[in-house]
Design a protein around this ligand. Structure first.
Ligand code: FAD
Ligand code: FES
Length: 278
């Protein structure tokens, strides 16, 4: 059993849990993820490692409430336990001194990008970060990301904070300004990662995205997380989650993400009925 040491509500539907998992904390690297299960009846879900503390033996995860498991998870408090916490899984993000690295984070994507931006800076890169959210109330970790970046640009879709618009606009301007950008890392909703990749393609800047298909085992056995990259089938849980965004078959990813929409909806309704009857 894995204890929740700390809980923070970052925005109303995005929460941070610090979880006691010393063995995972010992091996965690930027870009890796864990698979958790709340209890023995629970579904397994993947969540990226947002931070870790080897000394304390803790892992920090940040999750958005989108369906049954994440909503159930959001009901837990510090002092509660979850049954399974498997990791670190996936390949770590490739960190080296590239030169100038632009880190683009959309919504909850700021959590997984934090350790990557920090590691890129530590490796000697100039880090420019772009942080976007739909509105001011959904923004979090602005100061934290600024602290690990040489420059930070904040956008909101509705203009309620920072620059009005979406993250691809400052990204395109940056690339077109003559600034030499050696690598772009984009993490957030799949549609955002697709458009970041389309934005960087004409500039021939390598763009790494962290894919989030539906996963089951997280260890390469079920095939559920398969994607097509450069025409080759890859399993995100063992070959990724990082891939070259210019080579991802985005339409296939979107289609596979929607496969269980009906079941997910029914599961949510069932859970809400159970909650209402208690
Ligand atoms: C490697 C990996 C790392 C991930 N890291 C994180 C993370 O750090 N934080 C986090 O909040 N999520 C993360 N996700 C997504 C997370 O696993 C899903 O949000 C979760 O499985 C949803 O489970 P659920 O039962 O709550 O919702 P479900 O009932 O499974 O899904 C409910 C609805 O949400 C949609 N949905 C599924 N995934 C997402 C998503 N990523 N964004 C928006 N809608 C989604 C479904 O398509 C469905 O429509 C990650 C996914 C992968 C593959
Ligand atoms: S989740 Fe089963 S193979 Fe990747």
């Amino acid at each position: 059993m894995y204890e929740i040491l700390e809980r923070k509500d970052l925005v109303p539907n995005i929460h941070l849990f610090k979880i006691a998992a010393p063995k995972v904390a010992k091996k965690a690297r930027p870009g890796q993820f864990v698979v958790i299960r709340i209890d023995e009846w629970g579904e397994r879900i993947p969540l990226t490692i947002a931070d870790w503390d080897e000394e304390e033996g803790s892992i920090t995860i940040v999750f958005m409430e989108v369906g049954t498991t994440t909503c159930r998870l959001a009901r837990l408090q510090a002092g509660d336990y979850i049954t399974d916490f498997i990791g670190p899984l996936g390949l770590p993000t490739h960190i080296e001194k590239f030169g100038t690295v632009v880190c683009v984070a959309g919504g909850v994507g700021v959590a997984p990008i934090m350790p990557i931006a920090r590691a890129m800076r530590k490796a000697g890169n100039r880090v420019i970060s772009i942080l976007g959210a739909r509105n001011k109330n959904l923004l979090f970790w602005e100061d934290e990301l600024r602290n690990v970046s040489d420059q930070l640009i904040v956008t909101t879709d509705d203009g309620s904070y920072g620059r009005k618009g979406v993250v691809t606009e400052p990204l395109k301007e940056l690339l077109g300004s003559g600034e030499k950008v050696d690598r772009v890392i984009a993490i957030g909703p799949s549609i955002m990662m697709k458009y970041c990749s389309l934005t960087t393609k004409p500039f021939c800047v390598k763009t790494i995205v962290s894919l989030n298909p539906i996963m089951v085992d997280g260890t390469g056995m079920c095939g559920c997380c398969r994607v097509s990259v450069n025409g080759v089938t890859r399993f995100v849980c063992v070959d990724g989650p990082d891939f070259d965004g210019h080579q991802v078959d985005w339409d296939l990813l979107f289609a596979r993400q929607r496969i269980y929409l009906e079941e997910e909806k029914r599961s949510m309704e069932l859970w809400q009925c159970q909650c209402a009857s208690h």
